[in-house]
Design a binder for this molecule. Sequence first.
Ligand SMILES: Cc1ncc(COP(=O)(O)O)c(C=O)c1O
Length: 388
Amino acid sequence: MRETFLNYSLPDIDSDEVYSVKDVLLSGWLAKGPKTIEFEKRFAEYVGAKYAIGVNSCTAALHLSLYAAGVGHGDEVITTPMTFAASANTIIQVGATPVFVDINESGCIDVNKIENRITSKTKAIVPVHYSGQACDLDVIYTLADKYNLFVSEDAAHAIDTYYKGNRIGNNPKGAVSYSFYATKNLSTGEGGMLVTDNETLANRVRVLVTHGMSRNAWNRYDKGGSWMYDIIEPGFKYNMFDLQAALGLVQLERMDEMQLKRKELITLYEVGLSDIKGLTLPKPSEYTEHSWHLYIVHVDENETGITRDEFIERLKEYNIGTSVHFIPVHLMSYYRRTYGYKEGDFPLAEKWFNEIVSLPLYSKMTHKDVNDVIEAVRKIIALQSSYI
Ligand SMILES: Cc1ncc(COP(=O)(O)O)c(C=O)c1O
């Protein structure tokens, strides 16, 4: 048994990130400025989008995308219950109603069930590229064309996810929101990015991201800048700042290396766990290349003789941390109380939730760490079911 606790996720920070942040700390400019502008440019190139706007979270990006697209009171927005609350909360924050659609066999929204839920009030779809696999975007974009809907992709897990050979980030029907939260494949501690190919939307988001001001601080305080500004509309305080961007720029340069490492660890997991009866490993659909943000396995209680909750507790005894992504949003008390949702409404998401465990996965993990997890999982299940 390992001596130290293995977290389910840790950021991968090297000396280059430390020097980059130190340079900004000593530069005299900490707020949104040249580093943020450079990071926005590089990130747009990386994902293949025309415009990128740095924000302080993916939640802010999701909120801004719907707000800037004009989604508001009386509107309905379709999303999945198998997501973090931010995907649905931000729909409510613009005044609209979240309408959930159950998931498919990979945990993403079942695109074949969306059309049934479209009404005259539907204004947008928020597909979530769950765990790092792409949703079936062709079907979603076709529905968006047919019903004139905005598509706000939640790509919190999907930096370096591919759909049919193209990296996520090129959305012809709206915007894509990324998270750089501490557990994400690319991390700035907290942070996010909104990307779009729509110039009008990008211009509005750029204004909304700092109070609706016509000029941000960098434009005002730099030599040649002017102190004068106007408030074009009441905006938010959602902007990224240069310390975050200094981290992000180095992380982006290290993305290929970090992603290779994740894929190496996945191969170890697959070799070490694939023969365990009652444990189902992730099977990405044929149209997606997984970013491997999360490694989610399913524990079948009947086959393994252990519940998902017991499995998590036993792993903890072996000093292995895990998480669960996610408790279906419709089962949260606010959603039950406000919209009348109840158990049984989205049976596939609920079954999924009862079976899943996210095993540790991050690019700083060592082969020994993965082998410790594999050994613990095998021992726990063998003890329960005498299968080995
Ligand atoms: C699917 C999903 N969407 C949105 C978010 C929100 O991201 P952030 O913490 O950057 O606001 C998360 C956070 O983990 C997430 O998992």
